[in-house]
Ligand binder design. Sequence first.
Ligand SMILES: CCCCC/C=C/C(=O)SCCNC(=O)CCNC(=O)[C@H](O)C(C)(C)COP(=O)(O)OP(=O)(O)OC[C@H]1O[C@@H](n2cnc3c(N)ncnc32)[C@H](O)[C@@H]1OP(=O)(O)O
Length: 403
Amino acid sequence: MAGHLPRGAMLVVARLTRSWRPRYARSPMQISNFPVLQMHKSQTAMRASQKDFESAVNQMKLLTKDPGNEMKLKLYALYKQATEGPCNMPKPGMLDLISKAKWDAWSALGSLPKETAKQNYVELVSSLSSSASSSQGKPDADSKQPGYETLVVTSENGITKIMLNRPTKKNAITTQMYQEIMLALEAAAKDDSAITVLTGNGDYYCSGNDLNNFTDIPPGGVEEKAKNSAILLRDFVGCFIDFPKPLIAVVNGPAVGISVTLLGLFDIVYASDRATFHTPFSHLGQSPEGCSSYMFPKIMGSAKAAEMLIFGKKLTAREACAQGLVTEVFPDSTFQKEVWTRLKAYSKLPPNAMRISKQLIRNVEKEKLHAINSEESSVLQGRWLSDECTNAIMNFLSRKAKL
Ligand SMILES: CCCCC/C=C/C(=O)SCCNC(=O)CCNC(=O)[C@H](O)C(C)(C)COP(=O)(O)OP(=O)(O)OC[C@H]1O[C@@H](n2cnc3c(N)ncnc32)[C@H](O)[C@@H]1OP(=O)(O)O
C-alpha cells in the first residue's frame, strides 16, 4: 500500500509507524526496588490515553495556521486508523483526487495497531502546536537552542522562552529536566534577553515532580536517594530565588505540585482560564517546597494558603487570580496571542531598569528565602523516607490513585 505514496511520504509514514518508546527507560535494576512497578511497566509502556487523544483532536481544531495538505493527510490517516482501524473502504476512482489521496494515506498505514496510531497522532499534533505557539509572536525555529532534551529553549526579540517539553507525561519534571531547567536559567540570566518566560508544551503547564524519579535508587539506598533529591531541590529552587531578570510564568494549562509552589517566586504569572492549581502534598505524604510555606501565606493569607498546602485544595485560574497567586487570566482561545503581545511590549522596556527594579524587590528577603528553601528541602528529605510517602507514590505508579 505504501507504494501509492511518493518517496517523501513513505519516509514519513515509516517514521510515524515506528513503535513508540517512552522517552526515558527504567532499568530492571531500578524497578526491582519496587516490585509493583515491574507489573506496571509492561502494562503501560505503549499506552496513549484516550484523554490525550481527545485533547489532541481538540487541539487540532484550535490550530490557527494551516499545517498544509501533506500534514493534513498524515493526520487524517492516523485519526482514521486510531478510530476505525485499517482501511477497508473501496478505492475511490482515479478522478476523485482528494478522496484517493486520503484513501492512499490511510491504506499506507496497513495494519498499524489503533493504540500506536493514537500515540503517533498525539505526538504529531503536539509537534504542530509547539511550532505554532513558537510562531505566535515568539521565537522562530532558527532561534531554538541546542543541547536540551526535555526542554525547548528559544531566545528572540528580547525574550528567552523555556518550554517544558514532555507533553505526553503532562510535562512532569524528571531529574534530567530539573538539571536542564537550571542550566537554561543560568544561561538566560547571562544572555541579552530582557525577560525570561517559563511555559509548558501541550495541554498541561506541568504535573510537578515526575514520581518515577523515586524509583531510580542509587547504590547507597533510599537514604542516599532522599539526600540527593533534597540537594537537587534546594539547588533548583535556589536558581529561581536568585534569578536576576523579570521571570514570567505562562501557565497554559493545569499545574501541579512544585510547578505551583514556584509561582510565588515569579514576577508575573499569566494563566489560561483552563489552568488549575493544586499541591497534593498531604495526599503524597510530602510537605511544601519552592518557598511556598512562606510565600503562599504572604501572598494569599494563612487560611487560604493552608487550604492549598495542607489540604490540597485545587484552585481554578480565576480563584488563583483572586488569591493573588496569578497576575491575570485570559480566555484559552486567545491566551497565546494576548500574552505574547503583552510580553513583546514588556521586552522592549529598558532591560537594566527592569533588572534593577526586580532586584530591589527581591533583595529585601533573598537570604530569608534561601533559609526557607533549605529548611523545606531538609524536611522533605525526611518525608521521602516515610511510609506515608512511599505508599502514596507506589499507589500512583501502580495506577490506584490520581491526584
Ligand atoms: C527532587 C525534587 C522533588 C520536588 C518535590 C516536588 C513535589 C511535587 O511536585 S508533588 C506533585 C507530584 N505530581 C503529582 O502527584 C501528579 C501525578 N499525576 C496525576 O495525578 C495525573 O497524572 C494528572 C492529574 C497530572 C493527569 O491525569 P490524566 O489527565 O488522567 O493523565 P494521565 O494520568 O494519564 O497522565 C498521562 C501520562 O503522564 C504521566 N504522568 C503525569 N504526571 C506524572 C507525574 N507527576 N509523575 C510521573 N508520571 C506522570 C502518567 O503516568 C501518564 O503516563 P502513561 O501512563 O505512561 O501514559
